[in-house]
Design a protein. Structure first.
Length: 184
């Protein structure tokens, strides 16, 4: 039985070596695709959605993602029906990112699944891992918010502009600040 590839380890949420040639090739292919997508701003929403569907895992009906957009791979991103993402969003998708139906994401939002070992010797070896991010349906994420690895945001939640979301946010809650706290 052969050992698992670094990509298989990454997809399983295990420690993996990000400099692996297969992962680097995937990233280069994504950057070529992103250059084409990011040049598509003058095209229709439907035309941009077709380009998104070439690389993302799921692109729901009525998705409007405005370029420029940046991601690591794309194949770990699932966008539900009616998702709107404004300019300059970043998704580091070494683990799955799921964004539910009708969720709106403000400009400059960063959604990060990439994480790093806390032990400096392990970090020096170039190893990292990812933790999935799940964002429910009907969520509003204000401009400049930062969603950290492993976070789940429940349906109907509101994330204030500039919030740094370090923990799960329950359905229907409003979270603001750095670190983000649920408002009473």
């Amino acid at each position: 039985m052969s050992e698992r590839t670094e990509k298989q380890k990454m997809l399983a949420g295990e420690l993996y070596y990000a400099g692996d040639p297969e992962l680097q090739a995937d990233m280069v292919a994504t950057h070529v695709w992103l250059a084409r997508f990011n040049a598509s701003l003058a095209q229709s929403v439907a035309a941009r959605r077709e380009i998104l569907a070439e690389r993302l895992a799921v692109v729901g009906e009525g998705v409007d993602l405005r370029p420029p957009f940046h991601c690591d791979y794309g194949f770990n991103i699932r966008l539900g029906d009616g998702v709107f993402m404004n300019f300059n969003c970043v998704i580091l998708d070494v683990a799955p990112v799921t964004i539910g139906d009708r969720t709106a994401v403000g400009p400059g939002v960063q959604i990060l699944t990439a994480d790093h070992p806390r032990d400096p010797e392990t970090r020096r070896m170039g190893l990292e891992f990812g933790r999935p991010v799940r964002i429910g349906a009907d969520v509003w994420i204000g401009g400049g918010a930062l969603i950290l690895p492993g976070v789940t945001i429940g349906d109907g939640a509101v994330i204030g502009a500039g919030a740094v979301v370090t923990r799960d946010v329950p359905a229907g809650a409003t979270a603001v600040g750095n670190p983000a706290r649920v408002k009473a």
